[in-house]
Design a binder for this molecule. Structure first.
Ligand SMILES: [Zn+2]
Length: 209
């Protein structure tokens, strides 16, 4: 998980959310089920794909090439129906994280919000392993509830580090002139559109000088 910057609200949503929310809150359960998919519109999803770089907001896996990607309510819609069309409450998640999170909510130990919380103060990468910083309850609950150290993710993050090693090796042993050429390549690996930045950042920044 890394910090994500919220982009501007799509006009399609801004123009409709007030009426939609009013209608949703007044609806019975059956009507609610029909109405709730309204946020799943191409204009809304396109903006979420842009701001998340088509990665799961929680596990940082690229999702759009293997999955449609679920529009995710950071504060769950069952507990916060008034936020069902709230732009600040919407993101993109892979189906595994989405399922793991379920309808979880706690007033005292909510999951970390990638848009508003200081993620690095709660979670740190130790190689492919993500660790909560001792005493950081919300980091702990986020790692456990979302299973951010599930075997498939550990393997993908390990592969990502392994692929970077030759580039790091070349950089560390290069002359100053060659370092100038290689540095942008290393920095590109930290672009937010790449996978598993939380894992890659501490590794690369310890070598880039
Ligand atoms: Zn995920």
């Amino acid at each position: 998980m890394i910090r994500i910057t919220k982009l501007s609200e799509p006009k399609y949503l801004a123009d409709r959310k007030e009426a939609w929310t009013k209608e949703y809150l007044a609806a019975n359960d059956e009507q609610k089920r029909k109405l709730q998919g309204r946020y799943n519109h191409e204009h809304i999803k396109a903006q979420l794909e842009l701001e998340t770089s088509k990665k799961c907001a929680y596990c940082e896996s690229w999702i759009m090439h293997i999955d449609y990607g679920d529009i995710e309510h950071i504060a769950p819609k069952n507990s916060f129906p008034e936020k069902i069309y709230d732009w600040a409450n919407l993101t993109l998640a892979c189906s595994v994280c989405n399922t793991n999170k379920g309808a979880y909510w706690s007033d005292t130990a909510s999951l970390l919000n990638p848009y508003t919380d200081n993620i690095e103060a709660q979670i740190e990468a130790r190689g492919p392993w993500l660790s909560y910083i001792p005493g950081q309850e919300r980091g702990k609950i986020s790692l456990l509830k979302l299973a951010l150290n599930r075997p498939e993710l550990l393997e993908r993050r390990r592969e990502r580090l392994e692929k970077l090693q030759p580039l790091v090796d070349a950089y560390v042993n290069a002359s100053a002139e060659i370092k100038e050429i290689l540095k942008p390549q290393l920095e590109e690996e930290l672009n937010s559109n790449r996978e598993y930045i939380a894992t890659v950042r501490p590794y690369l920044t310890s070598y880039i000088t």
